[in-house]
Design a binder for this molecule. Structure first.
Ligand SMILES: [Zn+2]
Length: 435
């Protein structure tokens, strides 16, 4: 919708307050899911088709990406994410923020992603010990439909617990809330609307929404389940789409340029249904090219699964594999590290790559019964003075104190066994039938 100006701008010393439309098309956590999922939703060529359809003839549209483009499939793991950025360059993103998984291949690779992207990447709260920003800029001001839209990027404060020190080296978080408030205040005079594009936890989403009135619009990612309805606090609005390309979000706003806030909004969640839309041909070609690079390596039959396993059951299968393959008495797999499920039917090595895309290694330590983490022991009877072995991933060992890991500190795992994915593939192949 175009709006005709009633007042002549030349007659006014200052810009008259007015209401202008702005549409934000957004997605998050695509996680290198290049082809459609089991439920036939998603796939980069279909995500691109939806974005292009929504953007066609649109004069007030911005396309934003809220982080975690890479990590999740063999193309990403084998080529360390760069092909995923090359394909995403066909999406027409206007801006993106970094996700925690952009650091999975080490921070220099995340730098390469920023350079490879044909769209700006903004993250305001990631700095080194000299205070230099990781991204070229903390925000970008995009002009659309006569509006100056400031897109301010941010990363979750929990980043250190989502990665390992060797991946981040000197890069660290500065506090999310303080930092985004400072920039939002600074941006008020230079823009007509501040949009926070953030890769943050659901707790942090609520904290910004409730405590940072300077930010009227939030577009987020990181928590993979989408939301049903926008979260709204005092007229401030937050949206997040479902991960893995299952959904593209479309937020239609009416922005009051004096209030510098939306006065009206409508949010639409668009399901990316690969059975109902034509793929974007150029993206499909790029996906096919990169898939063909890995298919000989990963599309090999592995085992047969008698039934579909839930996420918790898949975690338990992994824990069983860890014990069987290492001979350890106990094992632990963090639930957040289980990135896909074991489906019913013929399993390919690709299934394991999707379940365990990370190049995590398996490490084993020996502990007295009394020193074993409670979460690992459960209701098993143990002798407090006897020694037991415990197998975990190097990620769990490095983040043992967190809630989804061992909830303890000081445990040493000196024995490194090898790549967890290789161990799992070996276990599934020997098992032949999973039930
Ligand atoms: Zn994330």
């Amino acid at each position: 919708m175009r709006r005709t100006l009633v007042l002549s701008l030349a007659m006014c010393a200052s810009l008259p307050a007015e209401v202008r439309s702005l549409t934000i098309i957004h997605t998050n956590d695509l996680h290198a899911r290049l082809t459609p999922l089991e439920n036939r939703h998603g796939g980069f060529a279909y995500v691109a088709a939806v974005i292009r359809r929504e953007r066609e003839h649109c004069t007030d549209c911005l396309v934003l990406f809220a982080g975690d483009l890479v990590q999740g499939t063999p193309v990403s793991t084998i080529f360390h994410g760069l092909p995923v950025y090359q394909i995403a360059n066909l999406f027409g993103f206007d801006a993106a923020t970094l996700g925690n998984h952009e650091f999975d291949y080490g921070w220099p690779q995340a730098r390469k992603f920023i350079q490879a992207a044909n769209f700006p990447t903004v993250t305001a709260n990631l700095v080194n010990s000299k205070g230099e920003l990781f991204t070229p800029k903390p925000y970008i001001i995009l002009k659309v439909n006569g509006l100056r839209v400031a897109v301010l990027g941010a990363m979750t404060d929990t980043l250190p617990a989502l990665t390992t020190p060797k991946l981040l080296e000197d890069w660290r978080e500065i506090p999310l809330i303080e930092t985004v408030r400072k920039y939002a205040q600074e941006l008020r005079s230079q823009s007509d609307l501040v949009v926070l594009l953030a890769h943050i936890t659901d707790g942090e989403e609520m904290a910004v929404l409730k405590n940072v009135p300077e930010i009227p619009v939030l577009v987020t990612g990181h928590i993979h389940r989408g939301i049903e309805q926008p979260l709204v606090v005092d007229g401030r609005i937050m949206v997040r789409a479902k991960a893995y390309g299952e959904e593209v979000g479309r937020l239609d706003l009416k922005v009051d340029t004096e209030k510098k806030a939306p006065v009206d909004w409508k949010w639409t969640r668009i399901t990316v249904d690969s059975t109902a839309i034509a793929p974007a041909a150029d993206v499909a070609g790029a996906v096919q090219h990169w898939e063909s690079e890995v298919t000989a390596r990963v599309d090999r039959p592995l085992a047969v699964s008698r039934r579909a396993f839930s996420k918790v059951e898949t975690k338990q299968l992994i824990e069983q594999a860890l014990r069987d393959e290492t001979g350890a008495d106990f094992s632990w797999m963090n639930l957040g590290g289980v990135r896909d499920l074991v489906p019913q039917g013929q399993l390919l090595e690709r299934n394991i790559w999707n379940i365990m895309p990370f190049d995590n290694t398996v490490v084993v330590g020996t502990f007295k019964g009394k020193d074993l983490p409670k979460v690992v022991v459960g209701d098993r009877q143990i002798d407090p003075e006897r020694e037991y072995t415990l197998a975990v991933s190097d990620y769990t060992a490095a983040n043992q104190e967190t809630r989804e890991n061992l909830q303890t500190t000081g445990l040493k795992f000196p024995h490194e066994v090898g790549l967890m994915r290789d161990l799992l593939i070996d276990w599934f192949r020997k098992k032949k039938v999973i039930e």
